[in-house]
Design a protein around this ligand. Structure first.
Ligand code: SAM
Ligand code: SF4
Length: 343
């Protein structure tokens, strides 16, 4: 690359913005749709996996991250499916460190925790900043009913991540009649852990579209249970954080209440799935297939960057107001589920 091209590539551009003035600072990248778990609220009964040859390579993903960081992205979260199932993900995280000098501040991962015992040390060494680990139940049988997997490896994975020095958030999706009896046990358990707990309202993004409003355990219902046993205080200043923050007996607990108290008005997130489809919202009815443009980026042709910039800016600009606005539209059905887009 000649010095002129280097100069152009290092230039920083204004942050992407949508029609409601929300600047985009966070990018979530799903590196695979495959998963070793089958969570009832996420995976379809018969998943049709993306073809391996359709996935973006880590080289292409790196070029895209470089492009996005120069346009204001400050935090990148690696997700899936189960991100630790994709070979090469640790090396990818190590590569991303080079983007810190361009403004990248945090590199995070969301995982089911099953493989953390094996990978926690390597992830720390690669420069990962923090981990969100899903844990919906402390009851062995119930955990199996929810995920089709054993609880023990996840608990061991959490311990390994803590030993490796990670700051951890535990994500628990609650479903009425299935695991809403876990609110108190999880809140008690986290008091002994060096971790923050976040309860998540069940969203209509499950693979087989069985979601109903009645199955949602609302923020209010979660709070009522917590207040029956603990001292609960609300904390101020949610900002662009999806979780509303509380302290429960002095420890922070968040509630992501997309259904009953959505944080959409300050949403600063963008998403890319493993085969290069880009989403301006978790609930967007249409993504933008950018695979070809992303694969062109490595050619160092400024025309490739301009083409991508144009398509992205206008798609991001059209980002809708949020979950409730999209739900109210007549034709709001879509087939994409959480395991394809990464949460
Ligand atoms: N496999 C990893 C994991 O489970 O942490 C990462 C991918 S998973 C799709 C990301 C997050 O989405 C997890 O915390 C999971 O609990 C959450 N999730 C999946 N389906 C959901 C749904 N229908 N409603 C709310 N959260 C959901
Ligand atoms: Fe897999 Fe995560 Fe979905 Fe569970 S929530 S099926 S662990 S991708």
């Amino acid at each position: 690359m000649n010095s002129m091209t280097t100069l152009q590539r290092d230039n920083l551009f204004p942050a992407f913005q949508d029609q409601f003035g929300r600047e985009k600072r966070k990018l979530r990248i799903s590196v695979t749709d495959r998963c070793n778990f089958k969570c009832v609220y996420c995976m379809p009964e018969h998943p049709e996996w993306m073809k391996k040859h359709n996935l973006l390579s880590f080289e292409a993903l790196y070029q895209f991250c470089d492009f996005m960081v120069r346009r204001g992205i400050q935090q990148i979260r690696i997700t899936g499916g189960e991100p630790l199932l994709r070979q090469g993900v640790v090396h990818f995280i190590a590569q991303l460190q080079a983007l810190r000098k361009l403004g990248l501040k945090r590199i995070s991962m969301t995982t089911n925790g099953h493989y953390l015992k094996r990978f926690a040390g390597a992830l720390k060494q690669a420069g990962l900043d923090d981990l969100n680990i899903s844990l919906d139940s402390l009851n062995e049988a119930q955990f199996h009913q929810l995920t089709q997997k054993q609880l023990q490896p996840v608990l061991e994975g959490i311990a390994a991540a803590q030993k490796a020095g990670f700051s951890i958030k535990i994500n628990a999706v609650l479903i009425k009649g299935l695991n809403d009896d876990q609110i108190i046990p999880l809140a008690q358990w986290v008091q002994q852990q060096n971790a923050e707990l976040r309860f998540i309202e069940f969203m209509p993004l499950d693979g087989d579209q069985h979601w109903t409003q009645q199955a949602v355990v609302s923020e209010q219902q979660i709070l009522a249970q917590l207040q029956s046993r603990f001292d609960v205080q609300m904390m101020q200043g949610q900002g662009a954080n999806p979780a509303r923050s509380y302290t429960v007996n002095g420890r922070p607990i968040g509630i992501i209440s997309t259904i009953t108290n959505s944080f959409c008005s300050s949403c600063d997130r963008l998403r890319l799935n493993a085969q290069g489809e880009f989403y301006n919202c978790l609930f967007a009815r249409q993504g933008l297939n950018l695979k070809a443009e992303i694969e062109q980026l490595s050619s160092a042709e400024s025309a490739a960057e301009s083409a991508l910039q144009q398509r992205l800016s206008s798609y991001i600009w059209r980002k809708e107001q949020g979950f409730h606005a999209i739900q109210q539209q007549a034709n709001n059905s879509r087939k994409i589920s959480m395991h394809m887009i990464g949460g």
